[in-house]
Write a protein that binds this ligand. Structure first.
Ligand code: FAD
Length: 403
């Protein structure tokens, strides 16, 4: 029986994770994307500013859900736990090649919200530990509350914790996923699309399929029935499209963009450190590993479309981080700047859109976009949800065809 074909739009961390898992689930998969991962060092910051994945940190920082916070955070926390488990498996199986590093995550908060204050000694969010759910969230690996003597010296931090976590070097990691996908028979098409449903009109050749035999038995690549992706019965051979385009490619009033400025420095760091300041600003570092230096950041600026980095902001980010975690300096006076980074997080009010839709006249589209500042953190959880929904759709169609 031929494999069902699924087309994934997007080769950022979300599209690649979905494509790899769909392959593992037995689908034939083609990725269609405007941008593909490449070496970070030669990625053009202006031309590729709307391709978010190169500009991420990228680390896993737990965001505990809480009844006082939007409910999608409960789902997203489950996605991040699933991602942690798969990152651990990948890291252990491919320690030198996958671009993943396991290390300590340290958090300092000047004004912690209830979601932090309610964390149990194992890091279980209070909403779950107190619920009667048969499926409580597990504790966070290596979680420990810090004592005040471990806080930064400026005296403004009032709460802190540490846990085991992971960081990736984004383009090493995404290139690893891309190579794995291609090696297992995945096909690629470099193409800019206007809408997800456009995929159902791509030709068989564009999707990497052989031409259909013409009705008389001979293959005829020039006839329209053999060159477009619909079979002789008019049905598309594309069983499902996964919309992992970052910003969505569909009108969505909930989509916004959050600019982020960070700075890549040459120094390594022994932990990924995040500080939430009382004024709402953030001070953090993300060691990229694999000779990639460390990201020091960073800003979160909704609606700011300026692609240029600000020298003043850079100076402030570096100063604040060195004060928070002087260990990164290794006794030197200042950090060694390699590059400023400006990226655009595809943010969605109400949380990422992870849901399927049948588009009349086209077919089934599974949306997986709007990951904001958490695409790496949630990637495998989202990909598992995508495979589950595609399976459900395909099984439903097959059951319908048998009636
Ligand atoms: C400064 C900064 C720091 C960050 N730090 C972290 C972090 O520490 N941890 C974390 O988890 N996340 C972090 N993020 C967020 C993370 O980088 C994003 O959530 C993630 O990269 C989004 O991935 P994506 O695959 O959804 O989108 P993208 O990476 O943007 O990929 C979208 C894909 O769709 C394709 N596409 C788009 N439009 C079209 C079209 N019209 N036609 C064809 N193809 C199209 C693109 O070419 C690309 O292949 C950070 C982001 C920034 C900017």
């Amino acid at each position: 029986m031929p494999k069902h074909l699924v087309v994934v739009i997007g080769a950022g961390v979300i599209g690649l994770s979905c494509a790899v898992l769909l392959q593992e689930a037995g689908y034939a998969v083609t990725i269609v994307a405007r941008d593909f991962p490449g070496p970070f060092e030669t990625t053009d910051p202006t031309a590729k500013i709307n391709f978010t994945s190169p500009w991420g940190g990228a680390h896993n920082r737990w965001v505990p859900p809480h009844p006082s916070l939007p409910s999608h955070l409960e789902r997203d926390h489950r996605f991040s736990l699933r991602t942690y488990a798969r990152m651990k498996q990948l890291h252990d199986a491919q320690p030198g090649t996958a671009g993943i590093t396991f290390l300590k995550g340290i958090e300092y908060l000047e004004r912690p919200g209830p979601e932090y204050l309610a964390l149990s000694p194992s890091g279980i969010p209070a909403s779950s530990s107190s619920s009667s759910s048969a499926d409580p969230l597990p504790g966070l690996p290596g979680f420990r509350l810090l004592s005040p003597s471990e806080f930064p010296a400026d005296g403004r931090v009032t709460w802190g914790c540490e846990y085991d976590t992971w960081c990736v070097n984004p383009m090493v990691y995404c290139s690893f996923l891309l190579r794995r996908f291609v090696r297992r028979g995945g096909r690629l098409l470099a193409r800019e699309l206007q809408r997800p449903e456009e995929v159902f009109s791509l030709s068989r050749a564009e999707l990497g399929l052989p031409p259909l035999p013409a009705r008389g038995g001979e293959s005829n690549s020039s006839s329209s029935s053999s060159s477009n992706s619909r079979g002789n019965d008019g049905e598309s051979v594309v069983a499902a499209v996964v919309n992992a385009s970052g910003t969505g490619l569909v009108p969505d009033p909930h989509m916004t963009m959050t600019r982020g400025q960070t700075c890549l420095v040459a120094e390594d760091c022994d932990a990924t450190v995040t500080r939430q300041n009382a004024d709402g600003s953030w001070t953090f570092c993300v060691p990229r590993g694999f000779d990639g230096g460390t990201i020091v950041g960073g800003t979160k600026e909704p609606g700011n479309w300026d692609p240029r980095p600000s020298a003043e902001v850079r100076a402030e980010l570096l100063r604040r981080f060195a004060e928070t975690y002087p260990k990164i300096l290794g006794g030197k006076a200042e950090l060694t700047v390699l590059r400023d980074i400006v990226g655009r997080r595809p943010t969605r009010d109400g949380g990422p859109r992870v849901e399927g839709e049948v588009i009349p006249g086209a077919g089934f589209v599974m949306h997986a976009y709007g990951l904001g500042g958490r695409g790496y953190e949630l990637s495998w959880g989202v990909a598992e949800a995508v495979v589950e929904a595609v399976d459900k759709h395909v099984q439903k169609k097959e059951a319908g065809a048998r009636l």
